[in-house]
Design a protein around this ligand. Sequence first.
Ligand code: PXP
Length: 246
Amino acid sequence: MTRRVRLGVNIDHVATVRNARGGVHPDPVRAAQEAIGAGADGITAHLREDRRHITDADITALTDLCRRAGRPLNLEMAVTDEMLAIALRHRPHAACLVPERREEVTTEGGLAVAGHEARIAPVARALAEAGSRVSLFIEPSPEQVAAAAAVGAQVVEFHTGRYCHLPVGGRDAEFARLAAAAKQAHAAGLEVHAGHGLDYDTAREVLAIPEIVELNIGHFLIGEAVFVGLGPAIRAMRQAMDEATA
Ligand code: PXP
């Protein structure tokens, strides 16, 4: 059945390059503008506790841009009081709760919701009351999906990092885990997203899971932009996604 899956473009690594020299170029807000012009359905940015890429000023500017452009901003954030206060100030379209450890290179593994419901539920409630859709970035496991539903999330984003790191031909078991978790989440009334590590091929592959309605993709697209430009990379991803769901 044909369906149109939304593409959220994560522009964190434009800020990574900018920060390497401490100046203002390349500007992640300009990248977000380009991404929207190339057909991104939304912009995703992760304000990390250590501000290693996106800054507070970026979030202010991205919030303004997305409002003007009529596109959703998906703010990825750790479950901390500081990040909650920032999110409540900006009221992004969506807030995606992610695990964060200072020493990690990227978001390694999903949020442990199971066992931490008492910490996560009030944060989810406060965000929802402020008008943000609450998404939880989790591993595709039955325990995490059940806990996500229990704390009142509206969305789960499944971590596809493990899937993408497996060799071609060795991904069937992880695909089955993702597919089962997506089915369980959908049955529990949760909207299903996926992201991390996706490229043209793995994006196509995971879209065989019918419950997935949004992909969030950053590193690969920003890397491809070096060779083909950001607009063409996003348009090629759009085409790959549309082909996979035609
Ligand atoms: N979704 C979430 C929740 C993430 O934390 C990240 C990485 O910041 C992504 C999607 C995008 O992953 P990648 O940059 O590997 O495409």
